[in-house]
Ligand binder design. Structure first.
Ligand SMILES: [Zn+2]
Length: 497
């Protein structure tokens, strides 16, 4: 679920705010294949497993999975090390001093510093991102050329500058205003900013990809999607169903729901519509609908609000300790700006360099708390899987087989490792593994003995369901008019960074 990752990243403040916006958008620009067939290692045949790959693909999936995990962890660690390196070598302090020499206006000095900060940290992450793109291309996931990839990165950087610079300025002004209790104010302003970024995200999607009405070439699929939309109460008419031209950049499969209120829409990638059976697209849509109907967005917000309260509190204390101990060595304490407020907070906190120390502590805290937020995300994803299967019951011939087939198509398209290490899943996966999802789907059949599902009360085939369920959904705060954000069905770890 993209929202969760977005919430967490955004919540981290400064840099993380920017990542939240740009990473999900770039995530859709996955690359493509040219994979060198690896010798099919003597992989034990697991014919009975719900998700399996032929030996050659399996070997590739295992290898690519290792690469993704390594690069993912390396990217997170490098981000923290890079911030620290430029603190320890007084790089950030030198940059701040240089900006002070350009203009006398304090707000402009800070604006220039933060713009430069965004550019520098983005460029620092580019080599590892490039390496990840290289491997996605080599393994046949990405088909995006380097020119297009660089262009997407440049656009993402432009967006980060336009949106991130004022946000960083705002955060720093909060810090300067109340140096001792700023974390409380920062927490209070983060939540509306988060909501705003999630609201505007769909508006930026056309910058990175082309869209056309789904009706144009997939009228039959639209009809089927409408059936699920009516059943789940997601209230998305055909005019708000789109086809995204993902095939220009990737061979991966995906569909997602994004938007807010009247702009809510479903997007199906053109690598998905027409390439896997419509029934499987319906299941993916059912899953996405589940995130809306089950209030995952509101719950995610509430959870983030609680988590951020403690995270900001702890990070403010850590940043203060670091500044007292290293502030002078890092050049933060002798960088008083002309409009410095009362010196009541930690030394150097009111400088831009001092602010970077705070960002540094937040990035560490985010990394360490990743297992917690991922565990919550996996719970939501599982719920959405259950909901998706129930939503298509009676609309497709066999919901179990359909869901299992969809997971296999998904796993094969992204080369997902069928047997990921449990620790890796625990720490890094924001979805259950494909294997776990497929296993569950294969055995989930609450209707077998005349029962009904968790989220719909119809029994038997599901066709005879009255309007009662829809009303019940609406009463329970169903999806109608509910605020929403983009959620994705599945992304491999490399794309989720
Ligand atoms: Zn999901």
């Amino acid at each position: 679920m993209r929202i969760w990752r977005g919430l967490r990243r955004i919540a981290g403040g400064a840099v993380l705010l920017i990542c939240a916006l740009t990473v999900p958008l770039r995530a859709q620009s996955v690359g493509m294949p040219a994979a060198s067939p690896t010798a099919a290692a003597a992989a034990p045949a697991r014919a009975q497993a719900a998700y399996s790959l032929p030996p050659e693909q399996l070997a590739k999936a295992v290898a690519l999975s290792r690469i993704r995990i390594t690069l993912g962890i390396a990217g997170a660690v490098w981000g923290m090390v890079f911030l620290w390196l430029l603190l320890a070598t007084r790089g950030w302090a030198a940059l701040e001093r240089r900006m002070q020499g350009i203009t006398d206006r304090a707000w402009m000095q800070r604006g220039l510093f933060f713009a430069a900060f965004i550019v520098i940290t983005s460029l620092a992450g580019l080599p590892l991102d490039g390496l990840a793109h290289h491997f996605e291309r080599a393994y046949g996931i990405s088909v995006q050329g380097w020119g297009s990839w660089l262009s997407d990165n440049a656009k993402a950087l432009g967006l980060a500058l336009v949106l991130g610079t004022p946000i960083l300025l705002l955060f720093q002004s909060v810090v300067k205003r109340r140096p001792r209790r700023y974390w409380l104010d920062a927490w209070a302003v983060t939540l509306p900013i988060l909501a705003f970024l999630l609201f505007v995200e769909p508006l930026f999607e056309p910058i990175f990809n082309h869209f056309e009405p789904l009706q144009k070439n997939h009228a039959a699929l639209v009809n089927e999607l409408e059936k699920v939309a009516v059943r789940t109460g997601t209230d998305i008419p055909p005019s708000r169903m789109y086809l995204m031209k993902a095939s220009r950049k990737t061979n991966g499969l995906n569909a997602y729901v994004s938007g807010l209120g009247a702009t809510k829409r479903i997007v199906v990638w053109d690598t998905t519509a027409g390439r896997i059976p419509d029934a499987e697209v319906l299941f993916i849509f059912g899953h996405e609908s589940g995130h809306y109907v089950l209030d995952h967005i509101a719950k995610g917000f509430a959870g983030s609000a609680v988590g951020l309260f403690f995270l900001y509190w702890i990070c403010a204390g850590s940043a203060a300790s670091l500044l007292r101990r290293f502030g002078q060595g890092w050049g933060a304490t002798d960088l008083q700006t002309p409009d410095s407020g009362p010196a009541e907070g930690p030394p150097g906190l009111d400088s831009c360099t001092g602010f970077v120390v705070l960002v540094f502590t937040i990035s560490i805290a985010m990394f360490l708390t990743e297992p917690v937020s991922n565990a919550i995300s996996r719970h939501f994803e599982h719920e959405a899987d259950v909901y998706g299967q129930e939503a298509i019951h009676g609309i497709v011939a066999d919901p179990q087989k359909t869901a299992v087939a969809a997971f296999n198509a998904l796993g094969a398209a992204w080369l997902e490792d069928p047997h990921p290490n449990a620790l890796v899943v625990f720490w890094l996966y924001d979805h259950p593994s494909i294997q776990q999802r497929a296993e569950f789907a294969a055995h989930y059949d609450p209707w077998a003995d005349g029962g009904h599902g968790q989220f719909f009360s119809y029994q038997g085939s599901g066709d005879d369901r009255s309007g009662r369920e829809l009303e019940a959904l609406d009463d329970a705060g169903g999806a109608r008019g509910q605020s929403s954000v983009a959620t994705t069905f599945q992304m491999p770890p490399a794309q989720k960074r």
